[in-house]
Design a protein around this ligand. Structure first.
Ligand code: RB5
Length: 146
């Protein structure tokens, strides 16, 4: 398992907690930035992370912005990305079990580092349930071709 993580200035506050969660789970990661609190554009970081995921260079991604909304919208424009904007542990679990999400997005202005750590742990220890959920994922993939 290899994870790509990226954020803008609004999400950077959560990055250390996310990395701590990955390290505790023994998951390798690459950090695509940003590395300072200077204002940047979140689509650039969504693109950097999601291109690694769709190319197979990374298995999954973590994206962080102020709310988690903008960066998840940007991520979901990229074919093959199922990015879940997560605000609680249940959603982190369902995003994987039902939606087979390959990217988790969170917001540094709405989620605490402690919560983010718990969401990341839940996301990376949950498993896709398959079955009827696979049929629905296939329908999402079909929408990408329209
Ligand atoms: C940046 O100020 C902010 O708009 C961004 O981090 C994010 O919240 C967008 O959805």
């Amino acid at each position: 398992m290899n994870v790509s993580i990226g954020c803008d200035h609004g999400g950077i506050v959560l990055k250390p907690a996310c990395i701590e969660a990955l390290e505790e789970l023994g998951i390798a990661y690459t950090d695509e930035g940003t590395f300072t609190t200077e204002s940047v554009d979140y689509p650039d970081y969504a693109e950097a992370v999601c291109k690694k995921v769709v190319s197979g260079e990374a298995d999954k991604g973590i994206l962080l912005c102020g709310t988690g909304i903008g960066i998840s919208i940007a991520a979901n424009k990229i074919k093959g990305i199922r990015c879940a904007h997560v605000t609680d542990e249940f959603c982190a679990q369902m995003a994987v079990e039902h939606n087979n999400a390959n990217v988790i997005a969170m917001g540094g202005r709405i989620t605490s580092p402690e919560q983010a750590k718990a969401f990341v742990k839940k996301f990376f220890t949950s498993e896709f349930a398959g079955g009827r959920h696979q049929r629905r994922i296939d329908k999402i993939t079909a929408l990408e071709r329209e």
